[in-house]
Structures are given as structure tokens and as C-alpha cells.
Write a protein that binds this ligand. Structure first.
Ligand code: SF4
Ligand code: SF4
Length: 265
């Protein structure tokens, strides 16, 4: 399958999908970044280490026997959504809708890519929406990690707040699909897993530390426990969640109003 025609069809799907809009009022996501990884890249095996994703991580060939490539995408939040979340406090309505209604779009993008690859004669699977995908909230690990896959696929590097900074910033969502069709891997423009973050690169910035309402981010990195407790149990957008059936609160303060929100700083 031609790589550029796949990229064009994914772009078109995202920019024209009605599911990318909240009641015709604002769009959740802009044009994506799309990267390609070699399914047999040795970095996938590295992800099984305890201090990276963990031993439950399944490499592409464990998801799809005979896997050749992994397609990874990042859809950046629109300026409207990002700016709505600039004030301190709980997440904005726009950020909440983009998080949860936008989730349906991310799943649709995964399914769309799978169907495009199958229509081209390949086999494909989107691990994140496969029934065997699971997240362990005790150990904060999972058997597939969209951000780590994006790193391998050349889309960006990690940051102090454990996001992934891409050329379109870190505010947005990631997804991926494993296939047995052949695509040339995207070259990684970085040599260090934390290269794009000002703090981990030069000891500067730290804006995300000040943005966090529960002090989950320090100079040592992010502690997932207080963040998880805040989103799931403090649940600061409880009323909106009950109104819309959202399962917990989003936040995203550490991804907005920071130098890496929409660019490599
Ligand atoms: S806000 Fe600054 S310190 Fe935090 S992740 Fe972004 S660049 Fe790094
Ligand atoms: S999402 Fe919110 S609570 Fe979690 S680390 Fe970022 S700013 Fe802190």
C-alpha cells in the first residue's frame, strides 16, 4: 500500500469526521502527525523492562503474528480546546468534551486505519481497542502504550510530566495500528528519550510543575498516584460527568499553558 495515500486518507478522515466536532461549535483535533515503526524494532523489546512499560507489554508480533509495521498517529488539540483549559482549577468543559467525546473519534480513527489496511489486502489490529488490551491501575502499567509506540515511530520524546512532546506539542491524543503490510519506518530525529523537554534537556522551565493542582509533578518527574486519585476520586468535574456520563474527570493542566503545549520548545 502506498504510504502517502494512507496518510492522505487518515488526514481526510480526521478533518471531515462529524465526530471531531462538539455540536458544530468547535473542533476537538487538528491535522495529525503520522509515524511508522518497524514492528521488529528492538526498542519494542526494551519496553518490557520494569522501569519502562513493564513485562506485560506485548510487542507487535505478540499482537499480530507476522507483523511488519506499526502506524502511530498524534492528533493535536485545537487552539480553542487548549486555550479553554488555561485557567487554573478544574478542567474546562471543552477539554472534558474533547477528552471523552474525542475518545470515540480516536477509536474511529483506529478502526478506519485497520479497514484501510485490510482493504489493501493486509491484516491489521489496533491493540488499544482489542478485547485483550488491559491497564493495571495498581502498577500503572499496560500491555500496549500509545506514547511509547509513538516514540519508536519517530513522533517525539518524553517529558518531565511523562507526556510525549511532538512537533505539534503534547496536548492531544495518540493511537496506533499493527499491520503485516510493509511501510518504510519514519527516521527518529532524536537520540535521547527526553530530548524535547526543556527541563530534562537543559534544567530549565518546569512550567508543568506549577500547573499541577495536586503537586504530582516535581523535578524528579511525575507521580502517577496523586494524579490518578485526583481524576478518579476527587473527581473535580463530578457534576459534568454525571450530566454527560463521563467516567471520571480529565485535567490536562500540565499539557496546556506550557511551552511544549503545541510545539517542541
Ligand atoms: S512544561 Fe517545560 S518542563 Fe514541563 S514538560 Fe513541558 S518543556 Fe518540559
Ligand atoms: S493531569 Fe492534572 S493532576 Fe495529572 S499530573 Fe497533569 S496537571 Fe497534575
Amino acid at each position: 500500500m502506498n504510504k502517502q495515500s494512507l496518510i492522505d486518507s487518515i488526514n481526510n478522515f480526521i478533518l471531515t469526521a462529524p465526530e471531531n466536532w462538539y455540536l458544530d461549535q468547535f473542533r476537538y483535533f487538528d491535522e495529525p502527525l503520522i509515524g511508522f515503526a518497524d514492528a521488529n524494532d528492538e526498542l519494542f523489546t526494551e519496553l518490557k523492562k520494569d522501569n519502562i512499560v513493564g513485562p506485560t507489554f506485548k510487542n507487535p508480533n505478540e499482537w499480530l503474528h507476522g507483523a511488519v509495521a506499526v502506524i502511530s498517529f498524534f492528533v493535536p488539540s485545537t487552539e480553542h480546546v487548549r486555550k479553554s483549559n488555561h485557567p487554573a482549577g478544574a478542567a474546562s468543559d471543552e477539554w472534558m468534551h474533547a477528552r471523552f467525546k474525542g475518545d470515540a473519534l480516536i477509536h474511529d480513527i483506529r478502526r478506519f486505519i485497520v479497514s484501510e489496511l485490510e482493504n489493501a489486502g493486509g491484516r491489521a489490529i489496533a491493540p488499544h481497542i482489542d478485547p485483550s488490551f488491559h491497564v493495571d491501575f495498581t502498577l500503572y502499567t499496560s500491555n500496549w502504550s500509545e506514547r511509547h509506540v509513538a516514540y519508536i515511530a519517530g513522533l517525539g520524546t518524553f517529558s518531565l510530566n511523562r507526556g510525549l512532546i511532538t512537533e505539534k506539542g503534547m496536548a492531544g491524543r495518540f493511537g496506533s495500528v499493527v499491520t503485516d503490510l510493509t511501510f518504510e519506518p519514519t527516521p527518529r530525529k532524536y537520540t535521547d528519550p527526553f530530548q524535547y523537554c526543556l527541563f530534562t534537556r537543559e534544567g530549565k522551565c518546569g512550567a508543568c510543575i506549577k500547573r499541577c493542582p495536586v503537586n504530582a509533578i516535581t523535578k524528579e518527574g511525575k507521580d502517577k498516584y496523586p494524579c490518578h486519585q485526583y481524576l478518579f476520586f476527587t473527581n473535580p468535574r463530578k457534576e459534568l460527568n454525571e450530566q454527560y456520563g463521563y467516567p471520571y474527570s480529565a485535567c490536562g493542566k500540565c499539557q496546556t499553558k506550557v511551552p511544549c503545549a503545541d510545539q517542541v520548545p
